[in-house]
Design a binder for this molecule. Structure first.
Ligand code: FAD
Length: 473
């Protein structure tokens, strides 16, 4: 049986399902092929479950130090089974929401594993999709356009075999039934730092090992330094410039031991569990790419500014292409791709205007160029900084650590980047994102009246500080 569609989307993560909804709004007859669950990594193994756990950890840590707020909670205890149940309930509620949205958009959901076909009796050009459905049947879908949104999976390290018991990736860690006493986190990027912060708040003994010379290596250097300082203050051990030596990995009664090389010095690390968080690999294998003209570059699907592959009617977005592996990026790419398919002229995404967030405590959020990147690009840079310690709302929250840093072009006064480490940075960064989209200057940000007392005043003050005019700094 072959069914015809205007668009078939392969994979229903935040890239694929959002694109499907936008395509349906634009009048396309759309099918989505999903081998697992609508919502993808983000909803089931990423953004949502991890943030639900982070919130429980934050509540626990806050209650544990309730006296600081004049609240004597007493006998604060953690019920991790309930923490997990709450997480699952949130995921399920949102999962139902996505199912509803598919129905509302009259989008056909095909449950099964899809592979692209080359030219065939179903279509003279490649792009028909053969689906192995969950009940073992085969179905052929023949679309006008295809959108590949098959996402990514955790990268593993040879020699550190993931068994889900001792060695885990974030997939297994999210499903832990009980908390370990101790953990070594290999990789101090976004996912590693989020887990370090969360597990420490839950009372776990945490060691982070990072190969590069700083944690959060894609963030501004001052942000990395501040995050390391705060995590260390909370009792997290951090080894940067350190390489775990997988060949030395041994399981023990209570967990494992492994050696690491820290600038020529040998360290022996041991813990109950290990979390390997060393990046994610695009899902490009076994989806039939070899039967098409589609090209890969460094393992990712190669696309143009509108996400067209070498076969112009086949598009690819999200974690399978070499853009930031973030849910909101995948969704926006999906929207641009389908708008381009129907002949609209969407603006290509300017990735220097896209915010990125680490949901640790405190949070880190940024948009645009770091100070170093700006200097390397030849800008004459001026910087404004404001510490949350001088912000009334941060003190009221009991979260005075961190700062806002604004990077600007000294010649044109353009706003080049904003970097925040502090409470609710994830919500604050959108102001900076909007400022970048509107090409606002620090002066314009600073002269937007900010309500008092708010955390956002720290952005205003940092913007004023660019010209040495901070009021409270
Ligand atoms: P995915 O979400 O990976 O979805 C791809 C879908 O395709 C999956 O459902 C898969 O089952 C399906 N699929 C694959 N192959 C086939 C096939 N052949 N046939 C049928 N179906 C197929 N990003 C953020 O922006 N904010 C966060 O807070 C955040 N937190 C994260 C936390 C963790 C622990 C992790 C792992 C990731 C996090 N991310 C976060 C990243 C985010 O989850 C991804 O960037 C995002 O999910 C990518 O979306 P996507 O649609 O490209 O792919």
């Amino acid at each position: 049986m072959a069914r015809e569609f205007d668009l078939v989307v392969l994979g229903a993560g935040p890239g694929g399902y959002v694109a499907a909804i936008r395509a349906a709004q634009l009048g396309m007859n759309v099918a989505v092929v999903e081998k697992d669950k609508l919502g993808g990594t983000c909803l089931h193994r990423g953004c949502i479950p991890s943030k639900a756990l982070l919130r429980s950890a934050e509540v626990y840590a806050t209650l544990a130090e309730g006296e600081k707020y004049g609240v004597e909670a007493g006998g604060v205890a953690l019920n991790f089974a309930k923490v997990q149940a709450r997480k699952r309930a949130i995921v399920e509620q949102l999962h139902k929401g996505v199912q509803h949205l598919m129905k509302k958009g009259k989008i056909t959901v095909v449950k099964g594993y899809g592979r692209l076909m080359g030219p065939s009796i179903f279509s003279p050009r490649s792009g028909a999709i053969r689906v192995e459905t969950q009940d073992g049947e085969q179905e052929i879908l023949v679309p006008e356009h295809v959108l590949i949104a098959t996402g990514s999976r955790p990268r593993t390290l040879p020699g550190l075999d993931v068994d889900g018991e001792v060695v885990m990736t974030s997939d297994e860690a999210l499903e832990m039934e009980a908390l370990p006493k101790s953990i070594v986190i290999v990789g101090g990027g976004v996912i590693g730092v989020e887990w370090a912060s969360m597990l420490r708040d839950f009372g776990v003994e945490v060691t982070v090992v990072e190969f590069l010379d700083r944690i959060l290596p894609t963030e501004d250097e001052e942000i990395s330094k501040e995050m390391a300082r705060i995590l260390k203050k909370r009792g997290v051990t951090i080894h940067t410039g350190t390489k775990v030596l997988p060949e030395t990995f041994r399981k023990t009664d209570g967990g494992f031991t492994v050696e690491a090389d820290k600038g020529g010095q040998r360290l022996t690390l041991s813990a109950e569990k290990m979390l390997v968080s060393v990046g994610r690999v695009p899902n490009v294998e076994d989806i039939g790419l070899e039967s098409t003209e589609i090209e890969l570059e460094k393992g990712f699907i190669k696309v143009n500014d509108y996400y067209q592959t070498k076969e112009k009617h086949i598009y690819a977005i999200g974690d399978v292409i070499a853009t930031p592996q973030l849910a909101h990026v995948a969704s926006h790419e999906g929207i641009v791709a389908v708008e381009h398919m129907v002949g609209l002229s969407p603006d290509p995404i300017d990735y220097t205007k896209v915010p990125r967030v680490t949901y640790s405590r405190p949070e880190v959020a940024s948009v645009g160029l770091t100070e170093r990147e700006a200097r390397e690009k030849g800008y004459e840079v001026k910087v404004g900084k404001f510490n949350f310690r001088g912000n009334g709302k941060a003190l009221i929250f009991g979260e005075p650590d961190g700062f806002v840093k604004v990077v600007a072009d000294a010649k044109t006064n353009d706003l080049l980047g904003v970097h925040i480490i502090g409470p609710h940075a994830s919500d604050l960064i959108t102001e900076a994102g909007l400022a970048r989209v509107l090409d606002a200057t620090p002066w314009e940000v600073a002269h937007t009246v900010h309500p008092h007392p708010t955390l956002a005043e720290a952005i205003m003050e940092a913007a004023l500080a660019v010209d040495g005019k901070a009021i409270h700094g």
